[in-house]
Design a protein around this ligand. Sequence first.
Ligand SMILES: C[S@@+](CC[C@H](N)C(=O)[O-])C[C@H]1O[C@@H](n2cnc3c(N)ncnc32)[C@H](O)[C@@H]1O
Length: 252
Amino acid sequence: MRKMWRTYRNVLNSYPDATLSEKLLIITRFLELPVRDIDRWIGENDTIMELGCGRGVLANILVALSPGRSVYGVDLSAGRIARALTSLKENSRIEFHVANVVDPSLYHLQQKFDIVLVSELLCLLSPGDQETVLKKASDILIPGGRLIIKDYVTRPRYKYFLFWLETNFLHYVVNWTGRIAVKLGKLGRHLQKIQTMFGVRDAVTVLSRENISALLIEKGWSVLSSTLPSKGFWPHCLLVCERSGADRTEEK
Ligand SMILES: C[S@@+](CC[C@H](N)C(=O)[O-])C[C@H]1O[C@@H](n2cnc3c(N)ncnc32)[C@H](O)[C@@H]1O
C-alpha cells in the first residue's frame, strides 16, 4: 500500500506544471484505475507499447512501480502527448508519440514489445477500428508477448448504471451549462473550467465482457485471464491474452 502511495506521489510530481483540473484528473486516474491488477501481468523489465496513452499517467505509474520497464506510448491527441512529454525526466525509459492506432505504419515498427496495453481505448473506437487494433496488435509483440486490455463493460449492473449516468446524462448537462457559460462572460469562464475539471468523456460504446472475449478469439487471441476488478465506481474489465494456442481462461 505504501509503495502504491509513494508511486502515486512521484507520478503526480512528474507533472509539475499541471493545472488544478489536470491534477484532479491525475488523482482520479489513481483512484479509478485497477493498477495492481494490470501491474501483476507485466514483468519487471518488460517493454510495453501503450495504445491510446493519453497524458501518460498509466505509463508513468507502471515505470514508477518497476523502473526496469520501458514504455512506448502513442495517442491521437497532440495536446495530450504534449502534456505527457512534460512528465518525462532525463534518460527516461518512456517515449510518447502522436499516432493513430489504426494507422498501419504503427505496426511496422522495428521494435517488438513484451506487452501491448490497451487501456480505455476500445470503447472509444468504431467496431471496424476495434477489429483493426486487435488484429494488428500481434505484429508488434514478441513471440509469447501479451495483449492486455482494460476497458469498461456492462457488469456489474449498478456500476454500469452509474457509468451510463456519467457518460450520458452528465455529458448533456455539462455540455448544456457549457453553452450557457459562453454567454456569461467571466462567470462563464469559471463554469467552463469546472466543466473541464470534471472531464466530459468522449462518446463511448460499452461492450459486454463476453462480446470483447468473442472479438478477441475471432481475431486469433487466447484469453488467459478475464476479470472484473472491483476498484472504484466504474465497471472495469481486464483481459489478458496471448496469440492463439489452448484457451486457458481463468474467469473471476
Ligand atoms: C480514456 S484515455 C485512456 C488513457 C490511458 N490509456 C489510461 O488508461 O489512463 C483514451 C485515449 O485514447 C486516445 N485515442 C482515441 N482514439 C484514438 C486513436 N484512434 N488513436 C490513438 N489514440 C486514440 C484518446 O485521445 C485518449 O487520450
